[in-house]
Ligand binder design. Sequence first.
Ligand code: ATP
Length: 304
Amino acid sequence: MTAVIETRDLTKTYGTVRALDGLSLSIPRGGVYGVLGPNGAGKSTLFRILLGLIKPTSGSASVMGGAVGDIAAGRRMGSMIETPRYPPYMTARQVLEWLSIAHGLKSDSQRIDRWLDRVGLTEASNRRVRGFSVGMLQRLGVAAALITEPELIILDEPTSGMDPPGIQEMRALIRSLADTDGITVILASHQLLEVQRVCDRVAIMNRGKLVREGSVTELTATGERLRLSLTPMAQALSVLGDKGTIEGNAILAAIPRAEAPALLRALIGQGIDIDEARWVGADLESVFMTETGSIQTPETIHAR
Ligand SMILES: Nc1ncnc2c1ncn2[C@@H]1O[C@H](COP(=O)(O)OP(=O)(O)OP(=O)(O)O)[C@@H](O)[C@H]1O
């Protein structure tokens, strides 16, 4: 697994606040990688260090094999780390032309048209950004991050302030950047359902530390249970003992997959009618809540 980003014992302190506290992280090349954590976990601090905007207090970080701040490596990455602001009198197209020149590129209208199209701003390309919605500004920000044709982009809360259709479009765009263009996308988001849908792997941070890392499939497979719709429930619960809990009109059985056939035979042997049996995983939200010590509710534990 080639890493595009490696950090080792990365620490950043602001006075007495430890924004990052010995963070060691390896982000693989390819796919969509989510950086999650509650407010103040240190996500933006990490991104700022990776982009060379601030220096760590101690530890090291490398981006695509180069030290952070390395100009050649920096050219191969793009970013949108805040809701972008552009001169309000410029059109979307002028913003991208202006940024191309600022990056030392020729203002290539074909490239600009392509990215405007990819972010869904072709029709609005000649409108001044002063009239743009938050969602349109975010999409223009993504096009701006892509104008140098980077191999890696970092997006901090790319869907904040967007409505559900806008979020869905952004999700499709992010996925296609990874799948069609081969760009590694790193994103921070508080929208855990979106993260679960769009990311291949995630890192969960809390108080400047890494508390969990892995593929979304791996993380959500932990805590997998067999969901049984059956009657009578009381009799099934007596078979399951402390491995069974009630969820709505079904029973969740906390058993390994290998034990399922024997359990189903035992239930049928007791004359219990089974309407449905299926495996349900934990969702990313419940993993997040557990790992960051946030309050759990039955909904966050069992919701899918
Ligand atoms: N320039 C700064 N000066 C002082 N403290 C800072 C500064 N930047 C960040 N911090 C503190 O560092 C900690 C981590 O902040 P950071 O913005 O990296 O967290 P975050 O995970 O991005 O949070 P959010 O989800 O709210 O964006 C917080 O306690 C924050 O108050």
